[in-house]
Write a protein that binds this ligand. Structure first.
Ligand code: TXA
Ligand code: MG
Length: 326
């Protein structure tokens, strides 16, 4: 019989169960999910068994942060990162081509995988502490989706050990499912992230055979502020160094644009300095990009965290990178 436990009190227990190949019910802002380690085919099989779900219906993989996307998907388009910047974490699932690490039981044998970053801190803590979670809604197949832990206990109480209770789900309907593997981004399931909201980022999106277009204000187009060389932002200096080394060994000419506080980690790799403080960064960034595009073909820019000027600077830098992050 399932234990129903306040979510913040059972993170460790949930991590332990997931690592042991068991199922855990976790809260999200849409509906409760029935999760298993997305990399473990036999753990995922237990989901289908518990729900009585037909194996031809694929599962969504839930991630804790953007660094996990590359474990789950391949050929990730820059539009994914543009969507992530605006809607993640949140009630949006994006379909991409799957990585080799995702077993075919997750995708019902298909080459694509749904990815979502839920806006529930306890869910993300469990994922960050264990693995990305393959999870459908935590109801018996064909029954109503659960928005309270009590709904899950009634439906699946006999087949799961732990239900993480975080009260009623804030959104209450399942996520929007958007397919990014087709030429035209296509909404497969509508949700709280609407076609218009998606069109504001993507320019156009198809929903039920209709194409929704939004005339973007010039400033919203990522094409502005773009250097003439491929540019990405780095979520940490470690990922900057990793991206640099990968590019260098592929025969490219990368450069890291970052402040001097990272000199030690950057070592003898090519760097263009952004000074020391956030104000230095703001003052120097455009000049650094001008210099970088003349001598290098892959520009990796430090992401600046914090308040004050940082968000405004990052607004420009994310545009320069077309939303691509490493
Ligand atoms: O809000 C949600 O999305 C919730 C929470 C738990 O995250 N999950 C959820 O999962 O609603 P589920 O399995 O009940 O619904 C997932 C939907 C199904 O209609 C499935 O066919 C579709 O997403 N789907 C999943 N992967 C897909 C893929 N690779 N291609 C096309 N459709 C996919
Ligand atoms: Mg469902």
């Amino acid at each position: 019989m399932a234990q129903v436990v306040p979510a913040k009190e059972c993170i460790d227990k949930a991590v332990e169960l997931i690592k042991a190949g068991e199922l855990v019910v976790f809260p999200t802002e849409t509906v409760y999910g029935l999760g298993a380690n997305a990399f473990d085919a036999s753990a995922v099989a237990k989901i289908f068994e518990a729900k009585g779900r037909p194996q031809d219906n694929p599962l969504i993989v839930h991630i804790a942060d953007l660094s996990q996307v590359r474990d789950v998907a391949r050929e990730i388009p820059s539009t994914f990162y543009a969507l992530a910047e605006r809607f993640m974490p949140g009630p949006l699932t994006v379909i991409l081509f799957k990585s080799d690490k995702i077993p075919s039981i997750v995708t019902a044998g298909g080459d694509t995988v749904g990815i979502r970053m839920p806006d529930n801190i306890y869910a993300r803590e469990v994922i960050a502490g264990s693995f990305p979670l393959a999870a459908p809604s935590a109801n018996k197949s064909k029954h109503i989706s659960p928005t309270l832990a009590e709904h899950v206990r009634e439906d699946l109480g006999d087949s799961v050990r732990l239900i993480m209770d975080d009260g009623p789900c804030r959104v209450g309907i399942e996520s929007t499912v958007l397919d990014l593997t087709t030429d035209m981004p296509t909404i497969l399931r509508p949700g709280a992230v609407t076609a218009n909201m998606l069109a504001e980022v993507l320019g156009e999106v198809s929903e039920q055979g209709k194409i929704i277009r939004v005339a973007k204000s010039p400033g919203m187009k990522y094409a502005h502020y773009c250097p003439n060389a491929e540019t990405v932002t780095a979520q940490s200096i470690d990922s900057a160094v990793r991206a640099y080394d990968e590019a260098a060994s592929a025969g490219r000419r990368p450069v890291i644009v970052a402040r001097d506080i990272y000199r030690d980690k950057i070592g003898d790799r090519d760097q263009i300095s952004l000074g020391i403080t956030a104000d230095d960064y703001a003052r120097r960034i455009y000049a650094a990009l001008h210099t970088a595009e003349k001598s290098f073909d892959y520009i990796i820019v430090e992401e600046l965290a914090g308040a004050d000027i940082a968000p405004s600077v990052m607004n420009r830098v994310f545009k320069a990178a077309g939303g691509k992050r490493v």
